[in-house]
Write a protein that binds this ligand. Structure first.
Ligand code: ADP
Ligand code: MG
Length: 289
């Protein structure tokens, strides 16, 4: 559904993207995970036609963003990283303007706005000024807006950044529902647990390069199933094991405090992107020592 080939983006002396290639399948919820400054927004901006790549190509549902931007833009919806509703207008007015921009017939967008406000549970605020809403409510209206013209691909750029945990959960279920309704979803986040919880597959992005792409489960399984965290000389060292007993056995040989726990996606990110785990970090053979 999304096909990215050797995408690069250079801003002056900064290589924001250094040759990204990815394929996202129809109906998939794809997580694009990386720290701040790794190139997530740059990628989304290229995929949604807000920025031109320096080189490389992006196809959305087979349409080339570079040669056919009008049709490429019709198939996608974007929830950008920054809140960009018009605060001086009502929810309804914000959505209506979007419907008109996308050339929807009045009858069509009127019905669709009611349907979507219901979907994001904001019907009661239809005629409220956007500036009176909370951050989480604005984010939900932005998701409704992105869905208004029935995109087959939804881009979400850090949809839950800065939100309370309870609102974050609510937005997660909304994203899940959108996928169930048939959309392909490309989600960027720097919250590891968000990617672990939501994504069918994730890409680990570091300094403009993709370090790994797989299911969260497979990425974690590359390390083993169990992690042993040990404090040594004031540093935390983590080793990975296929077996829980092995992890405990390895720990018993050492003095100091330790924890045996399940491997999580953050472990995989640290191990597979080369970011250092303090101490003797293993490289994913699943057997410590
Ligand atoms: P992320 O979304 O992962 O935080 P970005 O894609 O926003 O990362 O940024 C990637 C890199 O490109 C960063 O080093 C950032 O400073 C740089 N960058 C992004 N946008 C611009 C711009 N308009 N002009 C110059 N540098 C930019
Ligand atoms: Mg960003």
């Amino acid at each position: 559904m999304i096909s990215i080939r050797n995408l690069t983006k250079r801003y002056g002396a900064t290589d924001a993207l250094k040759g990204i290639s990815l394929d996202v399948r129809a109906g998939e919820l794809f997580g694009y995970l990386g720290p701040n400054g790794s190139g997530k927004t740059t990628t989304i901006n290229i995929l949604t036609g807000l920025t031109a790549p320096t080189s490389g190509a992006a196809l959305l549902a087979g349409v080339d963003m570079a040669t056919d931007p009008v049709n490429a833009k019709r198939v996608n919806g974007l929830v950008p990283q920054s809140l960009n509703l018009d605060g001086e207008l009502t929810l309804f007015e914000n959505l209506m303007i979007h419907g008109r921009l996308f050339g929807m017939a009045r009858r069509d967008y009127l019905a669709r706005i009611d349907e979507l406000l219901d979907y994001v549970e904001m019907t009661g605020k239809r005629d409220a000024l956007v500036k009176t809403l909370s951050g989480g409510q604005k984010r939900r209206v932005m998701i409704a807006r992105a869905l208004l013209h029935r995109p087959s691909i939804l881009f979400l750029d850090e949809p839950t950044v800065g939100l309370d945990p309870s609102i974050r959960r609510r937005i997660w279920s909304l994203i899940r529902q959108t996928q169930k309704d048939g959309a392909t979803i490309f989600l960027t986040t720097h919250y590891i647990e968000e990617a672990e919880f939501l994504a069918d597959r994730v890409a680990f992005l570091v300094e403009g390069e993709v370090a790994a792409v797989d299911t969260p489960h497979a990425l974690m399984a590359r390390l083993g199933e169990w992690a042993l965290d040990e404090m040594r000389d004031g540093d935390l060292a983590t080793r990975y094991f296929a077996d829980k007993q092995q992890a405990h056995d390895a720990a018993d040989a050492n003095a100091g405090s330790y924890t045996v726990r399940r491997v999580n996606l953050e472990d995989a990110f640290i191990a597979l992107t080369g970011a250092k785990v303090t101490g003797d970090a293993p490289k994913g053979n699943g057997h410590g020592k």
